[in-house]
Every structure is written in structure tokens, then in C-alpha cells.
Design a protein around this ligand. Structure first.
Ligand code: SF4
Length: 317
């Protein structure tokens, strides 16, 4: 039986009375497939929907030894590295060097960026392509300046468009179409829905793919204790995330270090992934007990997702 103390903090009637042990078995990877590195904490934008501007942790810039340690620990694992977290990657001027370090001597490694595009100068774009970047995703949430600028405070729309178009020209003319995937993505909100067709027509021929996505809600952004979703999680199956200080967390939405599972300056990435803290958090989420994890206790991700295929009781949740 689950300890009575734990059951007391759950909403009555949400769990079967005789339940014990994990109710789902999620397919966790034996080692991570995706690694995100917060090489700097800053962003050049102050978007109203993003908690990035709440980050106060130090150091502002990840020491070189720290990001190199993560890469060295995982060489040959077939990792997709994303050298950013809640920040804009190109606030860090070391990115071409970081891409080269990752790609050198590891044909299994891939590097992806998500960027708002404002800092991607022609010189930087060329350096990234030459260093071996695999995916460039440009997040441009609107087709007109009037729609775009209220959602991306602090970003110059004209500069974003000019630099993104130029990057895509260099990519196309330089023969990178088959080697590097480029994506333009827009979060659909009521303010920009009428621009989707024009957005696709403009960007579609210029890049590999256009993606229209939906807004998500970060944990701890207004959800109450009673809103917690007592389900497992898909987000933590094969990813790990490192802050500038070397701490690792289970979730890319963990802006405030609520689910730290180790520090890469003291442990190897394997030790972190297989460690006690990580295993406890996975087991707790496999039992649908987000309420017992500080980070997850205010998260409603996957609330409509049908997890029954992962259920341990023969297919029902
Ligand atoms: S339940 Fe929410 S906060 Fe917790 S790991 Fe999953 S997505 Fe992240």
C-alpha cells in the first residue's frame, strides 16, 4: 500500500483505493538521446509569455569546461545536442566553436538550434553552416510587423526578416539544402491566424518546412495545486537539460531548478541519467503522482493524452 501520508495530499477519488505501485510503465531510454545546454542565461527578447526574464541564477555563461564535459561524456551516443534552453542561443558568441566541438570526431552527433533570428548575421550563419549545424529553426510568430512585435518585445522585426531571409539564401546557394534542415515556425494565436496563408506562401519556398504550432502552458504559470494532472509524462523519456551551473534537470520547462537530478561537474552524464534522483522522479511520474514532485505539481501537460497503451494493468488507466 502507498503510505497514507502521501495519499492524504491527493484529491479524493482520483486514485483507486487499493492501488499500489506504478500504474504506467513509460518507455524510458537507457541513455539520453537529446541534450540541451543552457550555455548562457540571457535572451535578446522579453516575450510576455516566456518566463526567461525570471531567471536569476549564476553564472550567466556556462564555463567552457562544463559544456565540454557534457559533450565528452556522451560522445558516440548518437545524441542530438541543442545548445540552448530558455535562452536565445546566439546571445552566446561561442556557438560556431561549440558546434565544431560537438561535431568533430563524432559522426553520430547532431546539433539543432531554435532561434528568434535577430542575432543571426551573415557571418554567423556561414560559420554555423561550415561548422556542421544540422537543423536551424526560426521562430517568427507573425507575418506582419504589427502582429509580430507585440509578442516579441525587444526584437526588431525588420532585422529578423532581413537576417532570416539572408541565412536561407546562403543555405540554398551554398548547397546546404540536402544537408541542413531549416524550419520556419509560428505559434498560432488569435492575433495571427489570418496571416497563416501568407506566412506559408512567403516562407514555404525559402526553407525546408513551415510549421504552425500551438501555445503551451509552462508549469507554475497560474496552475493551482488542485489543477494537477495525475498522469505520467511524455516529456522526460529521452532528454536531459543542463543549466549554466552544471545542474541537470528532467524537463525543459524547469526554469527554476525544481527538478534537479545531479551536477555534471561532479558526476558523469551516465551517473546522472541512471542516478537515484532521476529514477525516483521517473517512478513517481510512472505512478501518475505529479503532485509529489515540486516541478510537476503545477503542470497540466498531456492532460488529454491517452496513456492507456502504457498502463500496467492490461490497457486501462
Ligand atoms: S509533468 Fe510537466 S513539469 Fe513534469 S516533467 Fe512532465 S512536462 Fe515537465
Amino acid at each position: 500500500m502507498r503510505p497514507r501520508q502521501a495519499d492524504q495530499i491527493i484529491t479524493p477519488g482520483t486514485l483507486p483505493e487499493n492501488s499500489a505501485g506504478a500504474r504506467w510503465k513509460m518507455p524510458f531510454a537507457a541513455r539520453p538521446k537529446y541534450i540541451q545546454l543552457e550555455t548562457v542565461t540571457k535572451c535578446n527578447a522579453k516575450c510576455p509569455f516566456c518566463p526567461q526574464n525570471e531567471i536569476v541564477r549564476d553564472p550567466a555563461r556556462m564555463p567552457t569546461e562544463t559544456w565540454q564535459k557534457v559533450v565528452d561524456d556522451t560522445r558516440g551516443w548518437g545524441i542530438t545536442y541543442r545548445p540552448f534552453l530558455t535562452n536565445e542561443p546566439f546571445v552566446d558568441n561561442r556557438m560556431p566553436e561549440i558546434v565544431r566541438y560537438i561535431k568533430d570526431n563524432d559522426p553520430t552527433a547532431r546539433v539543432e538550434f531554435n532561434t528568434n533570428g535577430e542575432l543571426v548575421t551573415e557571418k554567423l550563419g556561414l560559420a554555423l553552416l561550415e561548422a556542421g549545424v544540422d537543423i536551424m529553426r526560426f521562430s517568427i510568430d507573425g507575418f506582419s510587423k504589427e502582429t509580430y512585435e507585440p509578442s516579441r518585445i525587444g526584437i526588431d522585426y525588420d532585422k529578423v526578416i532581413e537576417r532570416t531571409v539572408r541565412f536561407l539564401e546562403i543555405w540554398d546557394e551554398g548547397g546546404y539544402r540536402d544537408k541542413v534542415f531549416t524550419e520556419l515556425r509560428m505559434i498560432e494565436v488569435p492575433e495571427n491566424t489570418h496571416e497563416i496563408t501568407a506566412y506559408k506562401e512567403f516562407w514555404g519556398p525559402k526553407c525546408s518546412e513551415v510549421l504552425i504550432t500551438h501555445m503551451y502552458q509552462w508549469p507554475w504559470t497560474g496552475q493551482k495545486r488542485e489543477d494537477v494532472v495525475l498522469k505520467p509524462c511524455l516529456k522526460i523519456l529521452d532528454e536531459v537539460f543542463f543549466y549554466t551551473n552544471g545542474n541537470a534537470t528532467i524537463c525543459c520547462w524547469d526554469v527554476h531548478e525544481r527538478a534537479v537530478i545531479g551536477n555534471v561537474n561532479e558526476m558523469s552524464v551516465s551517473e546522472i541519467w541512471e542516478g537515484y534522483a532521476a529514477r525516483c522522479m521517473r517512478a513517481t511520474l510512472d505512478d501518475g503522482r505529479r503532485d509529489l514532485l515540486n516541478l510537476c505539481s503545477r503542470c497540466n501537460a498531456y492532460q488529454d493524452y491517452d496513456f492507456s497503451k502504457f498502463a500496467t494493468n492490461g490497457g486501462t488507466e
